[in-house]
Write a protein that binds this ligand. Structure first.
Ligand code: DGJ
Length: 730
């Protein structure tokens, strides 16, 4: 519910459990007054105090009054160079060369439904579920209007934000910074949690108290990156899974981003999140407009668990698009870790045959099927079937796989090109490169200039032809390097600051075409694993390969970190062979299956190499995953332990919405002598119900949550266990 109080000049956004408020204040400055647990209606500006503070200037309109400064009051969307010295949200380069921005309130409008963003991913849904607030601010001197957009998804406590900037004057203006979210707090005793890592070790949480000054994470790699995820949390210093106030903020963007938090001189805090201003400058011609990507926030008064569950529900229901919001996704087999790019059609058919016999549903042909591709040195850009490898073409292999009762999927990497390719030989000028420089290689490949429509058109036509040529129901869209030498011949010198963002817009346009032309195809995003795991890509690709690291024990950490924002149904997770290719670690097949069930579930190995006993384990795993599909993919998710704390086990749980069913999963660490007797306290059950565990003994929900379930004595490293709980009371 969004309420405008004309007398108090407050806009109050209520969701089920939270309230957010802003107020038009002196001189039309829009201040932020509150975000936190749900309140009754009221004007929270009583929290803002007027005081003359040294070195905090006053707006000219204040005349001799010295108690109002942009520098001391919480701003709804911070300005630049006109008296607020904290993190700016917007920066304009005016024809005079000045780089300032000063915004004053013009008006606001509340309407039912959710705003959309042309060419950008955004949460969506019906007019019953959503309400929109649009606030217009204006910089009179710059002749620029800024529209702040807010969407409220009441049921899931989700507040989305986006920003449109319009040049309403007669001269071009350059936008040098345009954040999507600015969130001010009248306190700074907060912890900042960010999700960081590297290729093969993504999204590991890092938590630290805010200290005076700016702390930030970002990407300048052209993709949202393995190194830092565009999702952060600010929280009470003692907040935990089930207690404490916390604020999660995600950016729906797949390119350069920045998330910065600042604790200021008066112990207030500000979070600013959006496009990274690094090498960014967008020219707004008279009448021109720019839209910043969407951000989304969830505030939870009860810790991280409830915050994550609200993000999960909102992402599953209102970000993932039809048909995949509700459609069951297949259990897949991918041959990449078994063969890499060197394979024959017979070899693939053999792998598929084994998988079909073990009830897997989708065979994915990974990298290596096109052009002259036998390794990662050649072929990218030549999206036509290598008939030496696949005699009779794609159709012949697809039919062989379909005859096994499986559907067929295929790998692509549309944004890239190898120098050793027909495409590069014909169009060496289609890559991102700076005149006079030689382009850096990454994985021996170059990046196509996806900011260019003609380049995208060529690649799209090729890929469309392939996808239309056979019965294909899944695509894995990969992207295997970071951007360098970002320069495009399609833009004049003074507009090169647009290329990074135009590249991402090009990726989104390409993805949108795929979605539109092949709505039945499930697209799995991938960027060398999880280098582009963000809310932007999830709008187009309902699942994303979580990491190239398939080691079950490392995956416990990667998937744990990922789960703070993103639901299990979006995390590509597969069982692979041991010793693991990345870590060399040995883990039991059973454990690998339990860990991959914390995701979309599938296999990434040659199942014909398995022993009969291992195959039996696979058969049982597949059956178990299918039996619990709805619970795992659509249930409420609980983290039961923190794998970064080196406890004796890592555990998590899926609970049905009616709390009558739950699946608890647990993986132990390395074995140690004289182990203690352990129990596991579960969460989210109905304390008044009794539950049967794995079809046997009955325990009270209250006892399972307060006292715990007595764990067996495990022996050996990395053992696992799953408990299926079903309510026995009516
Ligand atoms: C990186 C991906 O993450 C892998 O799963 C695989 O698809 C390779 N690329 C193929 O080149």
């Amino acid at each position: 519910m969004i309420i405008y109080n004309e007398q108090a000049k407050t806009y109050t956004l209520h969701s089920k459990n939270t309230t957010y408020q802003m107020k038009v204040w002196d001189y039309g400055v829009l201040l932020h007054t509150y975000y936190g647990p749900r309140l009754r209606d009221g004007d929270l500006s009583c929290l803002l105090r007027r005081k003359d503070r040294g070195f905090s200037p006053n707006p000219n309109e204040a005349g001799g009054s010295r108690t109002f400064s942009l520098d001391t009051f919480p701003q709804e969307y911070s300005t630049c160079g006109v008296g607020d010295y904290r993190l700016p949200s917007i920066e304009l380069e005016l024809p005079s060369g000045s780089r300032t921005a000063d915004l004053r309130y013009v008006g606001g409008e509340v309407r039912r439904g959710k705003y959309g963003l042309e060419g950008l991913p955004a949460f969506h849904g019906s007019a019953e579920e959503w309400e929109t607030l649009s606030i217009v601010l204006r910089d009179a001197a710059a002749r620029v209007e800024v529209e702040l957009l807010y969407g409220v998804l009441e049921e899931y406590d989700l507040i989305t934000r986006a920003v449109r900037v319009k040049n309403v004057g007669g001269e071009p203006v350059r936008l040098c910074r345009c954040a999507s979210l600015c969130l001010d707090f009248i306190r700074s005793d907060l912890d900042l949690i960010t999700f960081n890592g590297a290729h093969v070790m993504e999204r590991c949480p890092s938590r630290a108290p805010l200290r005076p000054g700016i702390q930030s994470v970002d990407s300048v790699r052209g993709a949202s990156s393995h190194q830092h995820n565009p999702f952060v949390i600010l929280c009470d210093r003692d907040a935990g899974e089930e207690h404490g106030l916390c604020y999660g903020a995600m950016l729906l963007y797949s390119g350069n981003f920045q998330a910065a938090a600042e604790a200021d001189q008066f112990e207030n805090a500000r979070l600013v999140m959006g496009l990274n201003p690094y090498q960014f400058a967008w020219t707004l011609e008279p009448g021109g407009a720019f839209t910043a990507p969407e951000a989304a926030m969830v505030c939870s008064p009860w810790g991280f668990g409830p915050m994550s569950r609200q993000f999960h529900r909102a992402i599953r229901k209102s970000l993932i698009r039809d048909p995949w919001a509700d459609r069951r996704k297949p259990v897949l087999i991918n041959h990449w870790e078994a063969t890499e790019a060197r394979f024959t059609a017979d070899r693939l058919a053999e792998i598929a045959q084994e998988a079909a016999a073990l009830d897997l549903e989708l065979f994915v042909m990974d990298d290596g099927w096109f052009g002259a591709r036998d390794d990662d040195n050649a072929g990218l850009g030549d999206w036509f079937v290598n008939e030496e490898k696949l005699p009779g073409g794609l159709g012949a292999l697809v039919e062989r796989v379909k005859a096994l009762g499986m559907s067929f999927g295929i790998w692509i990497e549309p944004e890239m090109v190898n120098e050793d390719s027909e495409l590069y030989r014909a169009h060496p000028d289609w890559i991102l490169n700076v005149p006079g420089r030689r382009p850096s290689r990454g994985r021996n490949q170059l990046v196509l200039d996806f900011s260019r429509q003609d380049v995208r058109e060529h690649i799209y036509t090729q890929i469309k032809t392939v996808l239309s040529s056979a019965d294909i129901s899944y695509v894995k869209w990969d992207m295997n390097r970071s951007l360098t030498e970002v320069w495009s011949p399609a833009l004049p010198a003074n507009r090169q600051g647009e290329v990074y963002h135009r590249y991402v817009l090009g990726v989104y346009e390409f993805a949108e075409r795929l979605h539109r032309d092949f709505p039945h195809i499930l697209i799995e995003g991938c960027c060398g694993g999880g280098g582009r795991f963000d809310g932007g890509m999830l709008y187009y690709t309902p699942q994303i390969w979580c990491s190239d690291n398939t080691d079950a024990i490392d995956r416990l950490r990667i998937q744990y970190g990922t789960s703070f924002c993103y639901p299990v149904s979006t995390m590509g997770a597969h069982v692979s062979a041991v010793p693991n290719g990345t870590t060399g670690r040995l883990t039991p097949m059973e454990t690998r299956g339990v860990v991959a069930m914390h995701g979309t579930f599938g296999y990434e190995m040659d199942l014909s190499r398995c022993t009969p006993e291992e195959k039996e384990v696979v058969r049982r795993q597949v059956a178990r995953f299918k039996a619990h599909y709805d619970l795992i993919q659509d249930g409420d998710y609980y983290r039961l332990s923190d794998p970064f704390r080196d406890g004796p086990y890592t555990a998590w749980e899926h609970v049905s919405r009616d709390k009558r069913e739950a699946l608890v999963s647990l993986v132990t660490g390395p074995f140690r002598g004289a182990p203690p007797f352990l129990s596991l306290r579960v969460r989210g059950l109905d304390p008044a119900l009794r539950y049967r565990v794995n079809g046997g003994e009955i325990y009270g929900g209250d006892a399972l949550m307060a006292a715990g379930y007595p764990l067996p004595m495990f022996s050996g490293d990395y053992q696992s266990m799953q408990l299926h709980l079903t309510a026995v009371d009516a």
